[in-house]
Structure formats: C-alpha cells, structure tokens
Design a protein around this ligand. Structure first.
Ligand code: ADP
Ligand code: MG
Length: 379
C-alpha cells in the first residue's frame, strides 16, 4: 500500500485530473501533474506542474523519480510513455489496456475477439476497403481510429460515395465505419478494479448526448433492472479481460432492446461525475484507492441524481462574452455546482457541470431540467 504523504503522478491535467488531485489531497497525498498546457486545470491545484510534452523523456525521468505511483486522466497519453514510466514505478492502468482503449480499431477488435456485444463495423485502411463495404452497414458513421472525442473526428455517411468523401476529409487516416444504430437510449457503467481483481461498479447511468457531446446523465437510469445488471456485468468482465487497475468507463447503446458496447474510456468518465455528490465513494477517490493499493470504497448511490454538463456556449450571449448567472443555480439547495477553472470558454468546451440530488428520481429530473433552462441552456 502506498500511504500518505506519498506523491502521486498524474498524466494529463484537465478536469478529470483536477478532481483526482482534489481526491488525493483529501486523503493526504501530494500530486504532480504532467501536461503540456500551461493553464492546466489540474496543475493549478497540484504541488508541481511538469509543463512538458508527453514524450519529453528527460522530464519523464524526473517525474518518475519523484512519484510513488502514476496514473492517467487522458486516454491519448502515448502508450510508449506509460511503458517507459512503468520501468521505474507502478503505472495503473497499464499501457496495454490504455493502448486498446485509445485506438478504435483495437478497441472494436478486442470486443469482437472476446465475445462482447457490439454493433457491426468495418476497419478502413484505404479507399478500397470502403468500396467493398457491405451495403448493410449504411447509413453509417465514419470515425477516425485515434484522437476522437466529444463527437470530433466523426462523419455521418449515407452511402459509399459520402464515406469516400469523409475519408478524404480525414486525410486517409485509419478509420472504423460503424453502422448507425437506431438508439432506444444510451447507458454507461463507471467502475473501479483493484490489484486483487475486485470490482466495484457504480450504478448504471442513462446518458443523453447533444451534438455528440454528453449533455445529461440520469441515475438511476430509466432502464429495466436487467439491462442495468447486464451492463454492469459486461463492464466488469471487460475490466477483467483488460487486466485493468483503476477507474474506467464503459459506454453502451441500447438498440432495439439490445445492449451493445459503444466504447471504453481508460480513466474516470464524464458520466461518472454524479458519483461526486450522490455516492458513498466517488470515481476519483476510487482512482486514488486503486492506484495506491487501498481497498476500494463502497460505490453505492445514497441519492438519485441528474448531472448536467456546462459547455462554453453558455458564456456567449449572441456575440457578447460574459459569465453565466451562477446565482440562478446557487438558489437550489440540492444542486452542486462544479467549475473547472478553465481560462477561456469556447463553444463545445466542457467548463463545468452541476448535479441535482434527492430522494425522488422524478423530482430530481424535473429540478435539474428547470435549472438547466434557468441558466440558459438551449435544447
Ligand atoms: P466519442 O469518443 O466522441 O464519445 P462516440 O463513438 O461515443 O465518440 O460517439 C458519440 C455519440 O455519437 C454517441 O454517444 C452516440 O450518441 C452517437 N453515436 C456514435 N456512434 C453511433 C452509432 N454507431 N450509432 C448511433 N449513434 C452513434
Ligand atoms: Mg463516447
């Protein structure tokens, strides 16, 4: 067990890293953050900021020398960096697990090869692969294999011609072509797995996306108990197959009543932010616990909750840039506001979130939607 006041290392310095730093501090640890962004939200509150590229090996040497264990909050940290650091200090999750999740082709192949349910897809290396795509895949979504997030690097395509055009826009980068599924709704499971293979799943959440970005998470999900327990079971088996240690998120589609894995995130997940305010232990404390070899905390939700993301769009009133009227949210006593300390709001950028908690799921949903409208989020 790694105990306080040890120093923990965090690769990546966005809001997920910031919540990790806060959780680690709460437990008495110190945190060093490595992130090339000088305005990193996590680095603002960490003991030390290595403001360097992820492949600056001289800096990685110094980072590893000062950290008792290292984790990540950003799935695009090069797997080579994780492998290198692991020569000196425990790195959790391990590079192999992150490498699978950060590449859509290896991710889908992992699901297929291990018998996890997923939608029809095709790996696209070149134009010929697209020309040979079965007609049954269309309408489809073409997604670049690497570095996509929040719906970026994706194009909806109705036929081979449109797919070829989109492939050209992505400059011929390796892609997956996925059948566009009719979605009943989407759910996700956030879980933690420790070094002894014990898994603690947080309750399954229901996710609503707007323009490819998570908008609202509702917990408990408005799904049958069966769907929720199947999702938790699949997510736990995925973590086990990956030999995963830490907190991870698994996104699912429910399509024509069938549960299909969409993708995995090798880090805490936006849809798990509700755990900060509605669970006995939150997803970031679990990340600290798994990293340090502490027993996992209880993942039970003590309240129903609805989490609403606050995107940069909210800072714009037409062409005027101004701070949203936070007093509107503070007026609700069962609403918890979290702002990430980002310097500048851009449309689509995740700036913060709020969670409404309570005993009655229906009342919580109504209050959250009213708060969402009051702060000025348009549908
Ligand atoms: P990201 O890495 O940006 O989260 P996703 O693959 O999860 O990318 O896609 C974002 C959202 O787009 C999904 O949550 C879902 O709402 C929609 N989407 C993605 N793929 C499909 C699909 N094959 N069929 C239907 N909707 C999809
Ligand atoms: Mg996703």
């Amino acid at each position: 067990m790694i105990l306080p006041p040890a120093t923990l290392g965090m690769l990546g310095g966005g809001q997920l890293g910031r919540f990790f730093v806060a959780a680690a501090h709460e437990l008495g640890y110190q945190v060093w953050v490595l992130d090339p962004d000088k305005n990193s939200p996590a680095a603002q509150i960490a003991e030390r900021h290595f403001c360097v590229a992820y492949d600056d090996y001289a800096a990685l040497d110094e980072f590893a020398a000062g950290c008792a264990a290292i984790t990540t909050e950003f799935e695009n940290v090069p797997a080579g960096t994780l492998d290198y650091l692991a020569k000196f200090v425990p790195v959790r999750p391990h590079a192999g697990a992150v490498a699978i999740c950060q590449h859509r082709v290896s991710e889908k192949s992992f699901l297929r090869d291990n018998g996890f349910p997923h939608g029809p897809f095709l790996t696209v290396n070149n134009e010929n692969d697209l020309k040979a795509a079965p007609a049954s895949l269309f309408p489809a979504i073409l997604k670049v294999a690497r570095f996509g997030y929040d719906g970026k690097g994706q194009a909806t395509v109705n036929n081979v011609e449109e797919a070829l055009l989109a492939f050209g826009h992505f400059k011929g980068e390796q892609c997956v072509l996925e059948q566009r599924l009719p979605l009943d709704y989407e759910v996700s499971v956030v879980l933690a797995r420790d070094e002894n293979g014990r898994v603690a799943c947080f309750p399954t959440g229901e996710n609503q996306h707007t323009r490819g970005i998570l908008d609202v998470s509702i917990v408990p999900a408005r799904a049958s108990g069966c769907v929720m327990s199947d999702a938790e079971d699949i997510a736990a088996r995925i973590a086990e197959k990956l030999g995963y240690i830490g907190t991870m998120g698994v996104e699912f589609f429910v399509s024509r009543g069938q549960l299909l894995v969409n993708e995995m995130a090798p880090r805490p997940h936006n849809s798990g932010h509700y755990t900060l305010d509605a669970c006995v232990t939150d997803q970031f404390e679990q990340q600290v616990r798994a990293l340090c070899g502490l027993p996992l905390g209880e993942a039970r939700a003590h309240s129903a909750s609805v989490m609403v993301n606050l995107l940069g769009d909210l800072w714009y009133d037409g062409d005027t840039y101004r701070e949203p009227d936070w007093a509107k949210l503070h007026a609700l006593p069962n609403l918890k506001l979290h702002l990430y300390g980002k310097r500048h709001a851009r449309p689509g950028r995740k700036m913060g979130h709020f969670t409404v908690i309570g005993n009655d799921p229906v009342q919580v949903q109504q209050a959250a939607l009213a708060a969402r409208a009051a702060i000025g989020i348009k549908d």
